[in-house]
Design a protein around this ligand. Structure first.
Ligand code: NAP
Ligand code: ZN
Length: 358
């Protein structure tokens, strides 16, 4: 891509080639951003691959609210350490590492102390679009390198290829965390709504945990894939008979849909005491009626990514079970096209940028 935007560098910082959005309604373009100098507890990472999450699109297009531009998305980062700060103990140059959706947190609140920094009470520092500790705006993984505090870096096990491991840093952990929290496993019936990036990881992980897995997709178009990924059953939500046939069937439903849907309808598919956990983050409201909740003591919940400890646990779990994302690797100049395909639910099942093409 051609460079169009330059941000003035300060002493000690480095320039990174990146792809980002100059405005909410503009296509992504090549730009140059600034990365901080490697601090004592920092790890400098040569980004090899970065997955494309639907959140990148919600964010860069301002669907979740106003953001600073230019915006450089990307929070499914897989790369190799090139430099470490003087106080870094866990990483060395040459290590294969990952960075997900957050790069810092207060480390002092109740949740951070309990190891749940994703729920940091004053708010964690997101990998992109957040104000960092030094007052600068964070830029994500659609770039050639990044500098991150070692506490927010995880190790990618040898058994996982870097390109197919990149999506685990968001899609993997965002589905693993609620599946673990709500005890997906043998004897449990789990449904996954939406077979996109998050959905396909939810199917693979829930299957590996030993649960009986059902995909609830808009149509039967991807049925063969769903069954290959590990689903035991596959239904179209466009067919009203699905809701009659599956009434009261599931212990847990994970909704990964990126758009506002009639979520209340899915509550009737839960057993007594079942939980519908929402991980999809559409800007539109998700309407829920009281009665399907009250009558069978059902729960409607939400879940955000996972902690750093849990992210490492998920990567180790995936390596142990031979799980990674089904990916389509693209070059940096294909990102706009890939975003359009994500918006059309035409992704099988994660686009991953080859960052050497930047
Ligand atoms: P994605 O790859 O685009 O997948 C979304 C899937 O939802 C699509 O493949 C499609 O599946 C279904 N879908 C899309 N539009 C729909 C519509 N209008 N009606 C019904 N179904 C529809 O997106 P993703 O990257 O997996 O992300 C999914 C959502 O999770 C996004 O909103 C993202 O921001 C959010 N997210 C949340 C967290 C968190 O921490 N909670 C983390 C990451 C992402 P079918 O074709 O199978 O129907
Ligand atoms: Zn994401």
């Amino acid at each position: 891509m051609t460079d169009t935007t330059f941000i003035t560098a300060s002493p000690g910082t480095t320039s990174a080639r990146a792809v980002g959005a100059p405005a909410a309604d503009a296509p992504l373009e090549g730009l140059v951003i600034e990365r901080r100098a490697t601090g004592p507890s920092d790890v400098r990472i040569d980004i090899r691959f970065c997955g494309i999450c639907h959140s990148d699109i919600h964010f860069a297009r301002g669907e979740w609210g106003e953001i600073p531009y230019p915006a450089v998305p990307g929070h499914e980062i897989a790369g190799v350490v090139t430099e470490v700060g003087s106080e870094v103990t866990r990483f060395s140059p040459g290590d294969r590492v990952g960075v997900g959706c957050m790069v810092n947190s207060c480390l002092e609140c109740e949740n951070c102390k309990a190891g749940n920094e994703q729920y940091c009470i004053p708010g964690n520092t997101q990998t992109y679009g957040s104000v960092d500790r030094d007052g600068t705006i964070t830029y994500g993984g659609y770039s050639d390198h990044v500098v991150v505090d070692e506490d927010f870096v995880v190790r990618i096990p040898d058994g996982l290829e870097l390109d197919a491991a990149a999506p685990l840093l968001c899609a993997g952990i965002t589905t693993y965390s609620p599946l673990r929290h709500w005890n997906a496993g043998p004897g449990k019936h789990v449904a996954v709504v939406g077979l996109g990036g998050l959905g396909h990881m939810a199917v693979k992980i829930a299957h590996a945990m030993g649960a009986d897995v059902t995909v609830l997709s808009q149509s039967l178009r991807k049925q063969e894939d769903g069954l290959r990924l590990g689903a035991d059953a596959y239904y179209a939500t466009s067919d009203d008979a699905t809701f009659t046939e599956l009434a009261g069937r599931f212990d847990l439903i994970v909704n990964t849909v990126s758009a506002g849907i009639d979520i209340g309808r899915f509550l009737t598919l839960l057993k007594t005491d079942g939980t519908l956990v929402n991980v999809g983050a559409p800007p539109e409201p998700l309407p829920v009626l009281a009665f399907p909740l009250i009558l069978q003591r059902r729960s409607f919940a939400g879940s955000a990514i996972g902690s750093i400890r849990e992210t490492q646990e998920m990567l180790d779990f995936c390596a142990e079970h031979g799980i990674s994302a089904d990916i389509e690797v693209i070059s940096a100049d294909q990102v706009n096209e890939a975003w359009e395909r994500v918006l059309n639910s035409d992704v099988r099942y994660r686009f991953v940028i080859d960052n050497s093409s930047l």
